[in-house]
Design a protein around this ligand. Structure first.
Ligand SMILES: Nc1ncnc2c1ncn2[C@@H]1O[C@H](COP(=O)(O)OP(=O)(O)O)[C@@H](O)[C@H]1O
Ligand SMILES: [Mg+2]
Length: 294
């Protein structure tokens, strides 16, 4: 049933991997499978295997879909094409890792997925709705409803206590309630920081600050958690703890997790790896040490 193609004749034929979303039109080696008399094409065995676990799901609408997304910074001679036609599917409940060399556009891509920035061109779909041309205000509303963010920099407000930092999104989104405050307090207990709740960020270690930043990201019970190298500033033991919390959130609560990481071990735990190179995604979703170190 499965065969590999390697013929010039397949060039320019519209083929899209239903799992990862990659455009295979100009890609000569792909995997083909038949399912109920329909043919499907995949960038690799990895996607083909995932498809077989749940063909119906992967014929439906992904949670997030980037269609031929370009991002160009600057104009004319100084224009930098950072993303050059990205096609990506992100499925609800998945843990997706974005990897690639420094400067390959990981943060740019993640900012687009998290609605922090607009593509220069292309479609960005959230639950099937094109949001690539929404206004800043509309994006801000969607963002605060659906997304939680954790960055390498903790970005805590220095004059607020740990607890006040963690409940900040509730106040911004107007969803402040006794229940939500109570659940934030419980979270502080769960992560062993209840004694630190009234401390200011400068009185906390890096790991503690990042845990507070994580609680802040979770305050609104977001569907999607976005992390840009969230453990990049931490020692590996502390970083791993943060990561376990994120993965736990993904596995236990079924929330979608998308993180940029430099760490191969982390990426290998993901359901899907997106590897960026020269402004495009590369097929196979494997961790390529060469790309990482070059
Ligand atoms: N606002 C911007 N203006 C101009 N160039 C930018 C901007 N943001 C990012 N870039 C450039 O885009 C490239 C990719 O950046 P980034 O997405 O931060 O990469 P990564 O996160 O993979 O290290 C870099 O060359 C960077 O200098
Ligand atoms: Mg980055």
């Amino acid at each position: 049933m499965e065969k590999m193609h390697n013929e010039d004749t397949v060039r320019k034929v519209e083929r899209r991997d239903p799992v990862c979303g990659m455009d295979l039109s100009e890609y000569l080696e792909f995997v083909e499978i038949e399912n109920q008399e329909n043919k499907f094409y995949f960038c690799s065995d990895i996607c083909a295997k995932r498809f077989k676990t749940n063909p119906k799901k992967f014929q439906g609408e992904p949670l997030i879909h980037l269609h031929d997304v370009w991002k160009v910074f600057g104009r004319g001679d100084v224009a930098t094409k950072v993303l050059r036609g990205i096609n990506v599917h992100i499925w609800g409940g998945d843990f997706t890792a974005i990897i690639g060399a420094s400067g390959s556009g990981k943060s740019t891509l993640l900012n687009m997925i998290g609605l922090l920035d607009n593509p220069s061109s292309g479609g960005l779909f959230l639950e099937g709705k094109d949001i690539s041309k929404t206004t800043d205000d509309e994006r801000a509303i969607l963002r605060s409803k659906k997304f939680g963010f954790v960055f390498q920099q903790y970005n805590l407000v220095p004059w607020l206590t740990a607890y006040d930092n963690a409940i900040l999104p509730l106040i911004f989104s107007g969803s402040d309630s006794r229940e939500k405050r109570e659940s934030t307090r419980k979270h502080f207990e769960n992560i062993g920081l209840v004694e630190r709740m009234d401390h200011h960020p400068t009185e906390l270690s890096g790991g503690e600050q990042q845990r507070v930043a994580l609680l802040r990201a979770l305050a609104n019970d977001p569907e999607i958690i976005i992390g840009d190298e969230p453990t990049g500033n931490l020692d590996s033991t502390t970083g791993n703890k943060i990561l376990e919390m994120l993965i736990d959130f993904n596995k236990r609560e079924g929330k979608t997790l998308i993180i940029v990481t430099h760490d191969a071990d982390i990426a290998e735990r993901a359901d899907q790896i997106i590897t960026l190179k020269d402004g495009k995604t590369i097929p196979g979703h494997l961790y390529h040490r060469k790309i990482y170190t070059e």
